[in-house]
Design a protein around this ligand. Structure first.
Ligand code: GTB
Length: 213
């Protein structure tokens, strides 16, 4: 069955791979599944046809036969469940990999998104300068904790899993801020994710879209 995802017609990051279609592309590449991409403009995202797929008018979405999904957590989990390579066979290890997916989305990503909001949405507010250090400190706390848990392991729990895919994807958003560089083991962890052939293919595919004439 053909898999179709949606992505920005033009990502505001110009192809740095920070938009969330990259993590879905990455999961599909890890799973060895071909996919098609329907590009949507910001305007089309808020129109009925796209809203029928995504109630919040966002990308990415995922369609496969009669199934339509939104939310990258659900999409990556679906891909990981249906295909090999992203979740361990052992039931306990599988549960832990899923736990790390949730941890990435619920315990790490919100702090990082707060920084994006503080800089790009609230940056012109009179209180913004005062708030920013608090936001950055919350991220540092989380990264310190995550770094302590990772230790000198390559991945969060044994071999690479969907948990790492999601955690690396979330941490990548920090790259432009320089905060990741304060945690060398996490920076190396992210670099290991980026070095995976499947990630490279996913990154190249989104870059091609965003740099096409
Ligand atoms: N929780 C949802 C999920 O995980 O799928 C969040 C989806 C989401 O935020 N989608 C964003 C979107 O469609 C794109 S990824 N935004 C348009 C809108 O809401 O109108 C967020 C994003 C956007 C841009 C950059 N960038 O340019 O660096 C990075 C990430």
């Amino acid at each position: 069955m053909t898999i179709t995802i949606t992505a920005f017609e033009r990502s505001p990051d110009g192809g740095k791979g920070l938009a969330r279609d990259t993590r879905v592309r990455w999961a599909l590449e890890e799973a060895g599944r071909p996919y098609e991409v329907r590009l949507v403009s910001f305007k089309a995202m808020k129109e009925p046809a796209h809203l029928a797929l995504h109630p919040f008018g966002q990308i990415p979405t995922y369609e496969e036969g009669g199934l339509a999904l939104f939310e990258t957590g659900a999409i990556v989990f679906h891909i990981a469940e249906r295909h090999g390579g992203l979740l361990p066979d052992d039931a306990d290890a599988r549960a832990r990999a899923i736990m790390w997916m949730f941890a990435a989305l619920n315990s790490v990503e919100p702090a990082i998104l707060d920084l994006v909001i503080a800089k790009f949405v609230e940056g012109d507010k009179p209180w913004s300068k005062e708030r920013l250090p608090l936001v950055v400190d919350r991220i540092r706390d989380r990264l310190r904790q995550l770094s302590a848990r990772l230790g000198d392991a390559d991945w969060l729990d044994g071999g690479f899993s969907a948990g790492d895919l999601m955690m690396v994807s979330v941490l990548l958003r920090l790259k432009p801020s320089g905060i990741l560089g304060e945690f060398p083991s996490l920076a190396a962890y992210v670099a290991r994710g980026e070095a995976r052939p499947a990630y490279k293919r996913a990154f190249a595919a989104q870059l091609a879209v965003n740099t096409a004439g």
